[in-house]
Design a protein around this ligand. Structure first.
Ligand code: GDP
Ligand code: MG
Length: 439
């Protein structure tokens, strides 16, 4: 979306008010982008209609910066559609809480079962039993047993000879007899929905009456997920979603479709194959990811780890408020060289592509050295007030840093562009279009 939106931005930037025509242009790009992110076309259609209605309201038409308003409306609407995160299993006040995991084969049911069991054990002090109700393949039982061992959670299994329903019932009985307060049922999946599987799951559900039925949704699945989710929901009345494999590249738009047909919250997010790779769901981050600003938060977090957080915050604050001077640029350049390519971050933000190349341009090995030398050859006054740097001063700075006046000119013009970009970014943040960026 970044590139698309960028283009659409350009078309309406500075045009003052938003007209129906440029609005349509903008929404066409948003539509394409959502489809690219694997959001189901029906969901996209409703979404766009909804956005249009919202954005065409007077509020937006009167807004100072229409393009930013559109992005904000789109983002906010996506967040609303993704829903609040809901992190808690519906624990019974008394007796055994039961959770059933369902989903297509390979979507991550077994892995999620172990991850959630581990979380409940560690964070909620639950006494958890895992029930191996995928009796189709022996390997499935072994997989759960291995995971159970890793996290120190007992796995109940009767092997492949006993059917899933019986295993589930007996697991419950076993939990009851042995003082467990929570049972997680790992079930079988298929590559595609089939009636036999659905019947089996329905039977287990009827017998166990689970407090939660969690549907695993693979972030990498495409358009078809909407039908899958619908079938599961119709037959089983799913109560929550687990979005798995969000550590992959997929933008994960499928979850929007699933949310649209089930209207149940995303309870957990799988971020890798390891037990600890489980997180709660952040609708705002997910919205940004689907919009193509996906890894922004992650990259910022990674960068923050490497940077001195306070210095970064201070400097960013100054940058955003438009008080960006050459001292700040020097600080930024130094931080940038520590954390790798800033363009990785910038390119994820609409409108920031240009700035990204500016910054990268400045930091390429030798250039960074000379750029620093030029800034260091300036007086403190000059660094704070770059506007005073005219020909005489430029010659002196060039001499002092072993560069040419042309180099000083380039630095100043790049600084100027950067300052403009920063201002814009600051404005965007104030408008809330990038709230939660938390830089
Ligand atoms: P099931 O058939 O639904 O039980 O799926 P599994 O739990 O066996 O997972 C299928 C594959 O996906 C396994 O190789 C898992 O290691 C992998 N997997 C599950 N969850 C995640 C995740 O969040 N991220 C990644 N990268 N891989 C995952
Ligand atoms: Mg499995």
């Amino acid at each position: 979306l970044t590139n698309r939106l960028n283009k659409a931005f350009k078309n309406i930037a500075g045009k003052g008010k938003l007209s129906e025509k440029n609005m349509d242009e903008m929404l066409k790009e948003v539509r394409m982008s959502l489809l690219e992110a694997d959001v189901n076309y029906r969901v996209v259609k409703d979404f766009i209609a909804n956005i249009k209605e919202k954005a065409m309201g007077t509020e937006v038409l009167d807004a100072l910066d229409p393009s930013q308003m559109v992005v904000k409306v789109v983002r906010d609407e996506l967040v609303a559609l993704l829903g609040e995160s809901e992190t808690s299993i519906h624990f019974k006040e008394e007796g055994i809480t039961t959770v059933m995991m369902v989903g297509l084969q390979g979507t991550g049911k077994t892995t999620a079962s172990a991850k959630i069991a581990n979380l409940l054990k560690k964070k909620k002090d639950r006494n958890v039993l895992l029930a191996a109700c995928d009796v189709v393949r022996p390997a499935a039982i072994e997989q759960l047993q291995t995971l159970g061992q890793q996290i120190g959670v007992e796995v109940y299994s009767e092997g492949v000879e006993v059917d899933a329903l019986t295993t589930a019932k007996n697991a419950y009985q076993y939990a009851n007899d042995n003082g467990f307060d929570t049972v997680l049922f790992d079930t079988a999946g298929r590559l595609h929905i089939d009636d036999e599987l659905m019947q089996e799951l329905e039977n287990i559900s009827k017998a166990i009456k689970p407090d939660d039925i969690l549907l695993t949704v693979d972030a990498m699945t495409g358009q078809d997920i909407i039908n899958v989710a619908q079938s599961f929901h119709e037959r089983l009345n799913v109560s929550g979603l687990v979005l798995t494999k969000l550590d992959g590249d997929a933008r994960g738009g499928g979850i929007l479709s699933v949310r649209a047909v089930t209207n149940v919250p995303v309870m957990f997010v799988g971020l890798g194959e390891k037990i600890e790779d489980l997180d709660i769901f952040y609708p705002d981050r997910m919205a940004e990811r689907i919009l193509g600003m996906g890894d922004l938060m992650t990259l910022i977090e990674q960068a923050e780890e490497k940077m001195d957080k306070e210095a970064a915050e201070k400097s960013a604050e100054r940058m955003m408020s438009g008080k960006f001077d050459l001292n700040d640029m020097l600080i930024q350049l130094e931080q940038v060289s520590k954390m790798g390519s800033i363009s990785k971050i910038m390119k994820l933000i609409p409108g920031m592509n240009q700035m990204a190349s500016n910054m990268d341009e400045l930091k390429t090995d030798n250039k960074l050295k000379y750029t620093k030398a030029m800034i260091q050859s300036m007086t403190p006054y000059e660094r704070e007030n770059p506007d005073v740097i005219r020909s005489g001063r430029k010659r002196r700075i060039a001499r002092g840093s072993g560069t040419q006046v042309g180099d000083v000119n380039r630095l100043i013009s790049q600084f100027e562009k950067t300052r403009q970009m920063m201002k814009q970014m600051g404005k965007m943040q104030q408008n809330g279009s990038m709230a939660n960026m938390d830089m």
